[in-house]
Ligand binder design. Structure first.
Ligand SMILES: Cc1ncc(COP(=O)(O)O)c(C=O)c1O
Length: 371
Protein backbone atom coordinates (compact mmCIF):
# COMPACT_ATOMS: atom_id res chain seq x y z
CA UNK A 1 0.00 0.00 0.00
CA UNK A 2 1.29 3.50 -0.84
CA UNK A 3 1.61 5.39 2.41
CA UNK A 4 0.31 8.90 2.88
CA UNK A 5 3.44 10.92 3.75
CA UNK A 6 3.44 12.78 7.03
CA UNK A 7 4.46 15.90 5.15
CA UNK A 8 4.57 16.95 1.52
CA UNK A 9 5.37 20.51 0.42
CA UNK A 10 3.62 22.52 -2.32
CA UNK A 11 6.07 23.61 -5.02
CA UNK A 12 3.76 24.64 -7.82
CA UNK A 13 4.25 28.41 -7.82
CA UNK A 14 7.28 30.24 -9.24
CA UNK A 15 9.78 27.70 -7.83
CA UNK A 16 10.71 26.18 -11.19
CA UNK A 17 10.92 29.55 -12.94
CA UNK A 18 13.29 31.05 -10.35
CA UNK A 19 15.41 27.89 -10.22
CA UNK A 20 15.77 27.97 -14.00
CA UNK A 21 16.97 31.57 -13.72
CA UNK A 22 19.78 30.36 -11.43
CA UNK A 23 20.79 27.72 -13.95
CA UNK A 24 20.46 29.99 -16.97
CA UNK A 25 22.59 32.71 -15.37
CA UNK A 26 25.07 30.35 -13.70
CA UNK A 27 24.38 31.91 -10.26
CA UNK A 28 24.15 28.88 -8.03
CA UNK A 29 26.39 29.78 -5.06
CA UNK A 30 25.61 32.00 -2.08
CA UNK A 31 26.85 34.99 -4.09
CA UNK A 32 23.74 34.93 -6.32
CA UNK A 33 21.16 37.75 -6.23
CA UNK A 34 18.21 35.71 -4.93
CA UNK A 35 19.90 35.35 -1.52
CA UNK A 36 19.82 39.09 -0.80
CA UNK A 37 16.34 39.48 -2.25
CA UNK A 38 15.04 36.57 -0.15
CA UNK A 39 16.71 37.97 2.99
CA UNK A 40 15.21 41.41 2.47
CA UNK A 41 11.71 40.24 1.62
CA UNK A 42 11.57 37.60 4.37
CA UNK A 43 12.90 40.00 7.02
CA UNK A 44 10.36 42.62 5.92
CA UNK A 45 7.54 40.10 6.20
CA UNK A 46 8.68 39.24 9.72
CA UNK A 47 8.93 42.92 10.61
CA UNK A 48 12.71 42.79 11.07
CA UNK A 49 15.56 45.01 9.90
CA UNK A 50 18.01 42.23 9.07
CA UNK A 51 17.66 38.72 7.66
CA UNK A 52 20.74 36.50 7.38
CA UNK A 53 20.04 33.38 5.32
CA UNK A 54 21.81 30.22 6.45
CA UNK A 55 21.96 26.54 5.54
CA UNK A 56 19.39 25.27 8.10
CA UNK A 57 17.45 26.20 11.22
CA UNK A 58 19.86 24.41 13.55
CA UNK A 59 22.74 26.48 12.17
CA UNK A 60 20.68 29.65 12.70
CA UNK A 61 20.29 28.73 16.40
CA UNK A 62 24.00 27.88 16.70
CA UNK A 63 24.95 31.27 15.30
CA UNK A 64 22.41 33.06 17.54
CA UNK A 65 23.88 31.49 20.69
CA UNK A 66 27.45 32.26 19.58
CA UNK A 67 26.57 35.84 18.54
CA UNK A 68 25.22 36.52 22.04
CA UNK A 69 28.53 35.25 23.42
CA UNK A 70 26.91 32.59 25.55
CA UNK A 71 29.61 30.39 27.05
CA UNK A 72 31.07 28.76 30.16
CA UNK A 73 29.36 29.85 33.37
CA UNK A 74 26.20 31.02 31.61
CA UNK A 75 22.78 29.45 31.90
CA UNK A 76 20.08 29.51 29.24
CA UNK A 77 16.45 28.75 30.07
CA UNK A 78 14.53 26.81 27.42
CA UNK A 79 11.66 24.33 27.15
CA UNK A 80 12.42 20.64 27.69
CA UNK A 81 9.76 19.81 25.09
CA UNK A 82 11.60 20.82 21.93
CA UNK A 83 13.96 19.58 19.23
CA UNK A 84 17.60 18.89 20.10
CA UNK A 85 18.69 21.72 17.75
CA UNK A 86 17.83 24.25 20.47
CA UNK A 87 20.33 22.94 22.98
CA UNK A 88 23.32 21.94 20.82
CA UNK A 89 25.33 25.15 20.79
CA UNK A 90 24.40 25.97 24.38
CA UNK A 91 26.05 22.70 25.40
CA UNK A 92 28.97 22.94 22.97
CA UNK A 93 29.75 26.46 24.16
CA UNK A 94 30.17 25.22 27.72
CA UNK A 95 27.01 26.91 28.98
CA UNK A 96 24.30 25.11 30.95
CA UNK A 97 20.77 24.49 29.66
CA UNK A 98 18.07 25.02 32.30
CA UNK A 99 14.66 23.57 31.49
CA UNK A 100 11.01 24.36 32.05
CA UNK A 101 8.09 22.00 31.49
CA UNK A 102 5.43 22.33 28.80
CA UNK A 103 1.88 23.57 29.17
CA UNK A 104 -0.50 20.63 28.81
CA UNK A 105 -2.88 22.43 26.43
CA UNK A 106 -0.67 24.56 24.16
CA UNK A 107 2.36 22.20 24.40
CA UNK A 108 4.54 25.34 24.58
CA UNK A 109 6.90 26.21 27.43
CA UNK A 110 5.02 26.96 30.65
CA UNK A 111 6.05 30.58 31.09
CA UNK A 112 4.92 30.57 34.73
CA UNK A 113 7.91 28.30 35.52
CA UNK A 114 10.59 30.59 34.09
CA UNK A 115 11.16 33.06 36.89
CA UNK A 116 11.94 30.40 39.50
CA UNK A 117 14.81 29.19 37.30
CA UNK A 118 16.58 32.55 37.12
CA UNK A 119 19.78 33.11 39.09
CA UNK A 120 22.85 35.36 38.65
CA UNK A 121 24.28 32.98 36.00
CA UNK A 122 21.18 33.17 33.78
CA UNK A 123 22.05 34.93 30.56
CA UNK A 124 19.23 34.20 28.13
CA UNK A 125 15.81 32.69 27.61
CA UNK A 126 15.25 30.68 24.44
CA UNK A 127 11.60 30.87 23.46
CA UNK A 128 10.48 28.09 21.10
CA UNK A 129 7.03 28.16 19.52
CA UNK A 130 5.78 24.58 19.27
CA UNK A 131 3.48 22.99 16.67
CA UNK A 132 1.13 25.85 15.80
CA UNK A 133 0.39 28.17 18.71
CA UNK A 134 2.92 30.76 19.84
CA UNK A 135 4.39 30.92 23.32
CA UNK A 136 2.63 33.51 25.48
CA UNK A 137 5.58 35.79 24.91
CA UNK A 138 4.67 39.11 26.55
CA UNK A 139 5.19 37.77 30.10
CA UNK A 140 8.55 36.32 28.96
CA UNK A 141 9.64 39.68 27.56
CA UNK A 142 8.67 41.32 30.87
CA UNK A 143 10.73 38.80 32.85
CA UNK A 144 13.70 39.28 30.52
CA UNK A 145 13.50 43.05 30.89
CA UNK A 146 13.31 42.90 34.68
CA UNK A 147 16.30 40.55 34.94
CA UNK A 148 18.37 41.94 32.06
CA UNK A 149 18.26 38.71 30.03
CA UNK A 150 18.72 38.19 26.30
CA UNK A 151 15.95 36.58 24.25
CA UNK A 152 16.47 34.07 21.46
CA UNK A 153 13.21 33.26 19.68
CA UNK A 154 12.98 30.04 17.66
CA UNK A 155 10.14 30.62 15.21
CA UNK A 156 11.00 27.64 12.96
CA UNK A 157 7.53 26.13 13.20
CA UNK A 158 5.43 29.26 13.09
CA UNK A 159 6.45 31.17 9.97
CA UNK A 160 3.38 33.27 9.17
CA UNK A 161 1.89 33.00 12.70
CA UNK A 162 1.29 36.09 14.83
CA UNK A 163 1.19 36.78 18.57
CA UNK A 164 -1.39 39.45 19.42
CA UNK A 165 -1.22 40.51 15.76
CA UNK A 166 2.58 40.83 15.59
CA UNK A 167 4.64 38.34 13.55
CA UNK A 168 6.31 35.46 15.35
CA UNK A 169 9.99 35.92 14.56
CA UNK A 170 9.81 39.60 15.51
CA UNK A 171 10.19 39.16 19.28
CA UNK A 172 13.74 37.92 19.89
CA UNK A 173 16.82 40.05 20.16
CA UNK A 174 17.76 37.34 17.71
CA UNK A 175 15.04 35.18 16.16
CA UNK A 176 15.54 32.16 13.93
CA UNK A 177 13.51 30.10 11.47
CA UNK A 178 13.94 26.88 9.50
CA UNK A 179 13.06 26.28 5.86
CA UNK A 180 13.02 22.46 5.99
CA UNK A 181 10.32 21.04 3.63
CA UNK A 182 7.77 20.64 6.43
CA UNK A 183 7.92 24.39 7.18
CA UNK A 184 5.55 27.04 5.80
CA UNK A 185 8.32 28.38 3.57
CA UNK A 186 10.81 25.81 2.34
CA UNK A 187 14.16 26.02 0.60
CA UNK A 188 14.83 22.25 0.81
CA UNK A 189 17.30 22.85 3.62
CA UNK A 190 17.70 26.34 4.99
CA UNK A 191 17.14 28.83 7.76
CA UNK A 192 17.33 32.50 8.61
CA UNK A 193 18.53 34.65 11.47
CA UNK A 194 16.43 37.76 12.13
CA UNK A 195 17.39 40.80 14.17
CA UNK A 196 17.00 44.57 14.33
CA UNK A 197 20.45 45.05 15.85
CA UNK A 198 23.07 46.16 13.30
CA UNK A 199 25.99 44.83 15.30
CA UNK A 200 24.44 41.41 15.95
CA UNK A 201 23.52 41.18 12.26
CA UNK A 202 27.12 41.89 11.27
CA UNK A 203 28.37 39.27 13.75
CA UNK A 204 25.94 36.67 12.39
CA UNK A 205 26.93 37.46 8.78
CA UNK A 206 30.56 37.00 9.74
CA UNK A 207 29.91 33.76 11.67
CA UNK A 208 28.02 32.42 8.64
CA UNK A 209 30.96 33.07 6.39
CA UNK A 210 33.95 31.62 8.28
CA UNK A 211 34.61 35.00 9.90
CA UNK A 212 36.57 36.19 6.90
CA UNK A 213 37.78 39.68 7.64
CA UNK A 214 36.54 42.32 5.19
CA UNK A 215 40.00 43.85 4.74
CA UNK A 216 42.24 40.79 4.94
CA UNK A 217 40.10 37.84 3.80
CA UNK A 218 42.16 34.89 4.98
CA UNK A 219 43.12 36.31 8.38
CA UNK A 220 40.69 35.26 11.14
CA UNK A 221 40.05 36.65 14.62
CA UNK A 222 37.08 34.46 15.54
CA UNK A 223 36.01 30.88 14.87
CA UNK A 224 33.13 30.87 12.40
CA UNK A 225 31.32 28.29 10.31
CA UNK A 226 30.33 27.95 6.68
CA UNK A 227 26.56 28.31 7.07
CA UNK A 228 25.87 29.92 3.71
CA UNK A 229 22.62 29.45 1.79
CA UNK A 230 22.88 28.97 -1.98
CA UNK A 231 21.13 31.02 -4.66
CA UNK A 232 19.22 27.86 -5.62
CA UNK A 233 17.76 27.57 -2.13
CA UNK A 234 16.92 31.27 -1.97
CA UNK A 235 15.16 30.98 -5.36
CA UNK A 236 12.86 28.35 -3.89
CA UNK A 237 12.35 30.41 -0.75
CA UNK A 238 11.31 33.51 -2.66
CA UNK A 239 8.69 31.59 -4.63
CA UNK A 240 7.40 30.06 -1.40
CA UNK A 241 7.28 33.37 0.44
CA UNK A 242 5.01 34.77 -2.27
CA UNK A 243 2.39 32.25 -1.15
CA UNK A 244 2.77 32.40 2.61
CA UNK A 245 -0.71 33.82 3.28
CA UNK A 246 -2.28 31.14 1.11
CA UNK A 247 -0.22 28.47 2.89
CA UNK A 248 -1.32 29.65 6.34
CA UNK A 249 -4.93 29.63 5.22
CA UNK A 250 -4.51 26.08 3.91
CA UNK A 251 -2.92 24.94 7.18
CA UNK A 252 -5.81 26.40 9.15
CA UNK A 253 -8.26 24.69 6.82
CA UNK A 254 -6.50 21.34 7.36
CA UNK A 255 -6.67 21.92 11.12
CA UNK A 256 -10.37 22.73 11.02
CA UNK A 257 -11.11 19.63 8.92
CA UNK A 258 -9.30 17.38 11.39
CA UNK A 259 -10.92 19.14 14.37
CA UNK A 260 -14.32 18.34 12.98
CA UNK A 261 -13.59 14.78 11.86
CA UNK A 262 -11.70 13.72 14.99
CA UNK A 263 -13.88 15.44 17.60
CA UNK A 264 -15.03 13.20 20.42
CA UNK A 265 -12.54 10.36 19.94
CA UNK A 266 -12.32 8.82 23.43
CA UNK A 267 -8.98 9.29 25.16
CA UNK A 268 -7.50 11.48 22.41
CA UNK A 269 -6.48 15.10 23.06
CA UNK A 270 -6.57 17.28 19.94
CA UNK A 271 -4.62 20.54 19.40
CA UNK A 272 -5.98 23.64 21.13
CA UNK A 273 -7.50 25.70 18.26
CA UNK A 274 -6.88 29.12 19.80
CA UNK A 275 -5.83 31.14 22.83
CA UNK A 276 -6.59 34.80 23.55
CA UNK A 277 -3.36 35.76 21.72
CA UNK A 278 -3.44 33.57 18.60
CA UNK A 279 -5.35 31.11 16.44
CA UNK A 280 -3.39 27.92 15.73
CA UNK A 281 -1.79 27.49 12.33
CA UNK A 282 -1.47 23.71 12.92
CA UNK A 283 2.12 23.44 11.73
CA UNK A 284 1.57 19.79 12.52
CA UNK A 285 -1.69 18.22 13.64
CA UNK A 286 -0.85 16.48 16.90
CA UNK A 287 -2.75 13.93 18.97
CA UNK A 288 -1.98 13.09 22.60
CA UNK A 289 -3.27 9.77 23.91
CA UNK A 290 -4.66 9.44 27.39
CA UNK A 291 -3.18 6.76 29.68
CA UNK A 292 -6.66 5.17 29.74
CA UNK A 293 -6.17 4.10 26.12
CA UNK A 294 -3.79 1.33 27.10
CA UNK A 295 -1.37 1.88 24.22
CA UNK A 296 1.13 4.62 23.50
CA UNK A 297 2.04 6.75 20.48
CA UNK A 298 4.47 4.17 19.05
CA UNK A 299 1.74 1.54 18.98
CA UNK A 300 -0.82 4.00 17.53
CA UNK A 301 1.60 5.00 14.76
CA UNK A 302 2.31 1.34 13.95
CA UNK A 303 -1.42 0.65 13.64
CA UNK A 304 -1.97 3.73 11.47
CA UNK A 305 1.01 2.81 9.28
CA UNK A 306 -0.67 -0.51 8.53
CA UNK A 307 -3.58 1.53 7.16
CA UNK A 308 -1.28 3.61 4.96
CA UNK A 309 -1.09 6.68 7.19
CA UNK A 310 2.40 8.11 7.80
CA UNK A 311 2.81 9.62 11.27
CA UNK A 312 5.65 10.99 13.36
CA UNK A 313 6.18 10.96 17.11
CA UNK A 314 6.34 14.17 19.14
CA UNK A 315 9.68 15.50 20.37
CA UNK A 316 11.41 13.52 23.07
CA UNK A 317 12.08 15.84 26.04
CA UNK A 318 15.60 17.22 26.42
CA UNK A 319 15.89 16.10 30.06
CA UNK A 320 15.43 12.49 28.95
CA UNK A 321 17.91 12.63 26.07
CA UNK A 322 20.61 9.99 26.64
CA UNK A 323 23.34 12.18 25.14
CA UNK A 324 22.57 15.04 27.54
CA UNK A 325 22.14 12.78 30.58
CA UNK A 326 25.52 11.22 29.85
CA UNK A 327 27.17 14.65 29.97
CA UNK A 328 25.66 15.02 33.44
CA UNK A 329 22.76 17.37 32.81
CA UNK A 330 19.28 17.13 34.37
CA UNK A 331 20.08 14.49 37.01
CA UNK A 332 16.85 13.60 38.80
CA UNK A 333 14.80 16.23 36.97
CA UNK A 334 11.25 15.37 36.00
CA UNK A 335 8.81 17.29 33.83
CA UNK A 336 5.50 15.43 33.84
CA UNK A 337 3.78 17.22 30.96
CA UNK A 338 6.71 16.94 28.55
CA UNK A 339 7.19 13.29 29.53
CA UNK A 340 3.58 12.55 28.67
CA UNK A 341 3.85 14.43 25.36
CA UNK A 342 7.04 12.53 24.49
CA UNK A 343 5.47 9.14 25.27
CA UNK A 344 1.91 9.67 24.14
CA UNK A 345 2.03 12.37 21.44
CA UNK A 346 2.37 12.02 17.67
CA UNK A 347 1.15 13.79 14.59
CA UNK A 348 -0.80 12.75 11.54
CA UNK A 349 -0.19 13.90 7.92
CA UNK A 350 -0.17 17.70 8.04
CA UNK A 351 1.62 18.88 4.87
CA UNK A 352 0.47 21.66 2.59
CA UNK A 353 -0.21 19.25 -0.28
CA UNK A 354 -2.93 17.35 1.67
CA UNK A 355 -6.29 16.94 -0.08
CA UNK A 356 -9.75 16.69 1.45
CA UNK A 357 -9.89 13.03 0.41
CA UNK A 358 -6.60 12.30 2.16
CA UNK A 359 -7.77 14.03 5.33
CA UNK A 360 -10.91 11.87 5.25
CA UNK A 361 -8.69 8.79 4.85
CA UNK A 362 -6.59 9.78 7.88
CA UNK A 363 -9.68 10.51 9.98
CA UNK A 364 -11.24 7.18 9.07
CA UNK A 365 -8.05 5.36 10.03
CA UNK A 366 -7.96 7.24 13.35
CA UNK A 367 -11.58 6.35 14.07
CA UNK A 368 -10.64 2.73 13.38
CA UNK A 369 -7.74 2.80 15.81
CA UNK A 370 -9.27 4.93 18.57
CA UNK A 371 -13.03 4.73 17.99
C1 LIG B 1 11.52 24.38 16.71
C2 LIG B 1 12.57 23.97 15.74
N1 LIG B 1 13.79 24.54 15.83
C3 LIG B 1 14.78 24.22 15.00
C4 LIG B 1 14.61 23.27 14.02
C5 LIG B 1 15.78 22.88 13.16
O1 LIG B 1 15.65 23.26 11.85
P1 LIG B 1 16.48 22.48 10.71
O2 LIG B 1 15.86 21.15 10.53
O3 LIG B 1 16.31 23.38 9.52
O4 LIG B 1 17.89 22.42 11.16
C6 LIG B 1 13.37 22.65 13.87
C7 LIG B 1 13.19 21.65 12.81
O5 LIG B 1 12.21 21.07 12.55
C8 LIG B 1 12.33 22.99 14.76
O6 LIG B 1 11.13 22.41 14.70
Amino acid sequence: MVSLPVNEPLLDGNEKKYLMQCIDTGWISSEGPFVKEFEEKFAARMGRKHGIAVCNGTAALDAAVEALEIGPGDEVILPTFTIISCVLQIVRSGATPVLVDADSLTWNMDVAQIEAKINPRTKAIMVVHIYGLPVDINPVLDIAKRHGLRIIEDAAEVIGQTYRGKPCGSFGEISTVSFYPNKHVTTGEGGMILTDDDELAETCRSLRNLCFRPKRRFVHERLGWNLRMTNLQAALGLAQLERLDEFIEKKRWIGRQYNELLAGLPGVQLPLPATDYAESIYWVYGLVLDESLGFDAQEAMARLAKMGVGCRSFFYPLHQQPVLREIGFFEGEQYAVAEKLGERGFYVPSGLALTEKQIDQVALACRNVFG
